[in-house]
Design a protein around this ligand. Structure first.
Ligand SMILES: Nc1ncnc2c1ncn2[C@@H]1O[C@H](COP(=O)(O)OP(=O)(O)OP(=O)(O)O)[C@@H](O)[C@H]1O
Length: 358
């Protein structure tokens, strides 16, 4: 399998200069992240608010430079790219924003919004060809080309996110990074947009990196998943494997938080207690230990390293074997789609059939 995007020991530390005591300290928003994204797959990054997902996404996009480590795109370190090479990277790596309301300039028509990246990345197109391409892109995301001269406020939230997707696709990218692409949308519309992105990935062979806190959405969308906690990846692997056998106590706790009907689980839920610690003063050793029911002395003394626990699956936990031996109902029932999940999946499909064209 070809690796298209890779993070190598990636770190982003924000300097903190609030008061005298904090002077010279830094906040480790992303701390030693290693991951490999394969061409054509949908790779999900999940975790609670503040765990560093958005910072990681911006590093992968080269919207900011890392404090340490590297991002490799198609075999090249992106921090070292210059001028025309950065422009080529922008064409190949596109971003879909969380908020379709604020990410589109309200003074521009849809035609202008989608033509803008076309002018930058495909300057050889004539005005007529560009307009035709805008129409084609709108049709591809399930909107009527005849509405291209309307303004963003004339569209619903789901339609605006489709416009955002069409804009991202205009440069014909190889990789799209979507930061919480459906969390600002109504649940029924979320299903349509999730399906649209899945279909676009299949049809275009796109690589999609999706950032989300909603595991139910991730479960339906992604091939592989990385779970982040306080700036670090604590578990990564094929989505089916991670959902069937979550081995890190944090992954288990996240999965226990999914509504029970989603996976047909009935009991043995593992709750997360308390807030994540401040990334300004992370606990020694394993940063999850202060909330972990399995924590022992070693967890305070040593940061766990990533261990391969199954093909393609890595976990950073001193006690993953003990964790795995404790049955969690949700783990057992997540192996097959429960009636609840089946119903939700059917809803996704129905919603797709009734796309929200204006
Ligand atoms: N520019 C910045 N300067 C200082 N600290 C920052 C900056 N941006 C983010 N942080 C901090 O870095 C940590 C990670 O933030 P980030 O936004 O990447 O997390 P996240 O998982 O995407 O959270 P959310 O889902 O709430 O956006 C947080 O503690 C945040 O407060």
């Amino acid at each position: 399998m070809t690796v298209i995007v890779e993070a190598q020991d990636l770190g982003k530390h924000y300097p903190v200069g609030g008061n005298l005591l904090q002077k010279g300290t830094s906040l480790k928003a992303v701390d030693g992240v290693n991951l490999k994204v394969h061409a054509g797959e949908t790779f999900a990054i999940v975790g609670e608010s503040g765990c560093g997902k958005s910072t990681l996404a911006r590093l992968l996009m080269r919207l900011m430079l890392p404090t340490s480590g590297e991002v490799i795109f198609e075999g090249r370190a992106i921090a070292k790219l210059k001028g025309a090479e950065v422009r080529a990277l922008r064409k190949d790596l596109q971003f879909i924003f969380q908020d379709p309301f604020s990410s589109l300039n309200p003074r521009m028509t849809v035609a202008q919004l989608i033509a803008e990246p076309l002018e930058i990345h495909r300057p050889n197109l004539t005005a007529g060809e560009r307009r035709k391409e805008v129409g084609r892109l709108l049709a591809e995301v399930g909107l009527r080309p005849s509405h291209m001269d309307r303004y963003p406020h004339e569209f619903s939230g789901g339609q605006r996110q489709r416009i955002g997707i069409a804009r991202a696709l205009a440069s014909d990218p190889k990789v799209v990074i979507a930061d919480e692409p459906v969390s600002a949308l109504d649940v029924s519309v979320q299903a349509q947009v999730v399906n649209l992105m899945g279909d676009l990935c299949d049809q275009r062979g796109l690589t999609l990196i999706v950032i989300a806190h909603d595991l139910a959405v991730i479960r339906h969308m992604s091939d592989r998943i990385a779970v982040m906690y306080l700036g670090r990846v604590v578990e990564t692997g094929p989505t089916d494997e991670v959902f069937a056998n979550p081995r890190h106590p944090y992954t288990r706790a996240l999965m226990s938080a999914i509504p029970v009907a989603e996976f047909g689980a009935t009991q043995s839920r593992q709750h997360l207690s308390g807030e994540p610690p401040s990334p300004l003063a992370p606990p020694s050793g394993c940063s999850f230990r202060t909330r972990c029911p399995f924590a022992t002395e070693i967890c305070a003394q040593m940061q766990p390293v990533n261990e391969t626990v199954a093909p393609g699956t890595e976990v950073a936990c001193h006690h993953w074997r003990d964790v795995s031996s404790v049955s969690l109902t949700i783990a057992a029932s997540a192996t097959g789609r429960s009636p609840g999940a089946e119903a939700r999946f059917a809803m996704y499909r129905t919603a797709l059939a009734n796309q929200d064209s204006p």
